[in-house]
Design a protein around this ligand. Structure first.
Ligand code: ADP
Length: 533
């Protein structure tokens, strides 16, 4: 198939760089021979894909997709881990005017089916090694590999209803867990994702010499952040296959063999490494950056990470899938002992975080907790086919509701520091009632991790048989730390917390369960807890 065949986005003209693929493949950012993707899935095997090779693969895939006659704007399920071909394929979808929906090869069939019922894809794509066999017609199926696209079942050809691709078209849809249990499809336009990339790149977190290890599965937007950070900086992406992230030795092996200079992931990727492989971690002398996102980094673990990687720049990246992320703040090095909370800084250039109180008024005073509302050009367009949920999340700008401009209501609480910087203060829904008292779970967790023998903690409410809730906590002891028993930990909490905030039950765990994207799995903790007597 000719690589020169025009694809819809090629004919757009004018604003080329506001399409995802144009922005990331902009030749001005990188030299053709420079490594774009460095992989090391098995010990001793390192594969490099240069920018020229990646661009050629994108061209080949885009031409293959175009030849299938799929209507521009159609959805394509991209079932893959982060690999060089998968990165090429998502850029090819962008170039072919198709909206990609990344899903993991580990996605259970029922969930995949529910995503497919929601977005009605034209095509399901997987790598040559993909195991999925039960995709139902009329969805077309195809595989991609180093030699191009192989069609198993042709998708339905439809005459295009759209002519010129537009930067407000959906670039991708990412499905989040959704609090109701039904996954919500976050629709991101080319314009929004490129606006985000521009804001992120202004922080100069990476340069062309960097090799950025991405530990997040492709179906989470954190992986797209990493791909954008690497390609947007002319650096290389180092995808770490999800099964390897879970094993400290494998993770460290990939980092060593690929010469990774930066590791980006949720805080939990470090927990077992710090516990079991501190020396091997400290020996990674090329590592000079860590970016974390997704949840608070327990301070004892963060301090330990700084001790082991004293020269590393550690960046706290805050945000939600609905805006990709919105702030990047360097963690002070070393972290002062007096610090209780990490700053999430302020929004990236071109965006602004506001705090809003329960009456909808904007809070200006420092120290007052409010809900973060984000004014930004990098907001999602809406939840796919879910107007009600979209209306609840994209709300009129509290600064000027008359303007018709919408902002993202995040559901996150924060307060401002003396210099206008923001401090994350938990989710709105992490405020629970225990015996009629309002308890902020994050505050309980913070107190528990102040114990010198604790390294991480999670507090959750559990139901009481006769109604009401009790407070339970799960604590991970530091390696070699002395936590004492549950009674001693309760006493430790009672030194600073009111009695109703002292967990009635405290359990010690070697590891906290995590969700597929590596955040603490509170539902699993609750499900595994024994009912109260
Ligand atoms: P999910 O809802 O599946 O967790 P997201 O990845 O979009 O999906 O989660 C976004 C939420 O994660 C934010 O609204 C915030 O509550 C939390 N979060 C993200 N980054 C940080 C951070 N750096 N510090 C604290 N919390 C964070």
């Amino acid at each position: 198939m000719s690589q020169q065949q025009p694809t819809p986005a090629d004919t757009a003209g004018g604003v080329r760089h506001d399409f995802l693929h144009d922005f990331l493949l902009d030749p001005a950012r990188h030299s053709p021979g420079a490594p774009a993707v460095i992989e090391s899935p098995q010990a001793g095997h390192t594969a490099v894909t240069t920018y020229a090779e990646l661009t050629a693969l994108v061209g080949e895939y885009a031409a293959g997709l175009h030849a299938l006659g799929i209507e521009p704007g159609a959805r394509v399920i991209l079932e893959a881990d982060t690999t060089a071909p998968a990165i090429a394929m998502l850029l090819a979808c962008s170039r072919a005017g198709l909206t990609f929906v990344p899903v993991s090869p580990e996605t259970p069939y029922r969930r995949l089916e529910s995503i497919a019922e929601t977005v009605r894809p034209a095509l399901h794509l997987q790598e040559l090694t993909g195991q999925r066999t039960d995709v139902r017609p009329p969805v077309g199926t195809a595989r991609f590999g180093p030699d191009g696209l192989t069609v198993d079942r042709a998708p339905v050809r439809r005459p295009p209803r759209r002519g010129t691709p537009c930067v407000t078209d959906p670039a991708y849809i990412i499905f989040t867990s959704g609090t109701t249990g039904r996954p919500k499809g976050v629709v991101m336009s080319h314009r929004a994702v490129v606006a985000f990339y521009r804001g992120m790149l202004a922080h100069r977190i990476a340069g062309p010499e960097d090799r950025i290890a991405s530990t997040s599965p492709l179906q989470f937007d954190f992986s797209l952040l990493n791909i954008g950070l690497a390609l947007g900086s002319g650096a290389s992406v180092v995808p770490v296959p999800p099964p390897l992230v879970r094993w400290p030795r494998h993770l460290l092996r990939v980092l060593r063999e690929t010469g990774a200079t930066q590791v980006n992931g949720v805080p939990s990727i470090w927990r077992q490494v710090l516990r079991h492989e501190p020396r091997r971690l400290a020996a990674l002398d090329r590592l000079r950056g860590v970016l974390f996102c997704g949840e608070e980094f327990p301070l004892p673990e963060l301090r330990r990470l700084q001790e082991l990687l004293p020269a590393a720049r550690i960046v706290n990246c805050y945000g939600a899938t609905e805006s990709m992320a919105c702030s990047f703040e360097d963690v002070p090095s070393p972290l002062p002992e007096s610090i209780e909370r990490l700053s999430i800084g302020t929004a990236h250039p071109g965006a602004e975080m506001l705090l809003v109180d329960g009456t909808g008024a904007v809070i200006d005073a420092p120290g007052v907790v409010g809900e973060i509302h984000l004014r930004s050009p990098a907001l999602f367009s809406g939840y796919w086919d879910d107007r009600e949920a979209t209306r609840a999340t994209l709300v009129p700008d509290p600064l000027c509701p008359q303007s018709g401009q919408y902002v993202l209501r995040t559901g996150d609480l924060a307060l401002r520091g003396p210099d206008g910087e923001f401090y994350f203060a938990g989710r709105i829904d992490s405020q629970v009632q225990i015996n009629g008292n309002r308890v902020e779970l994050a505050e309980v967790e913070r107190r528990l991790t102040e114990h010198p023998g604790a390294t991480a903690a999670t507090a959750i409410p559990l139901p009481l048989p006769g109604g009401g809730q009790r407070l339970a906590a799960f604590v991970v002891p530091a390696a070699g730390g002395d936590l004492g028993d549950a009674g001693a930990l309760r006493e430790f909490c009672a030194q600073t917390l009111p009695p109703y905030m002292v967990p009635q039950e405290i359990r010690l765990l070697d590891r906290l369960p995590t969700t597929a994207n590596g955040k603490v799995d509170r539902a699993a903790l609750a499900a595994g807890a024994e009912p109260a007597a």
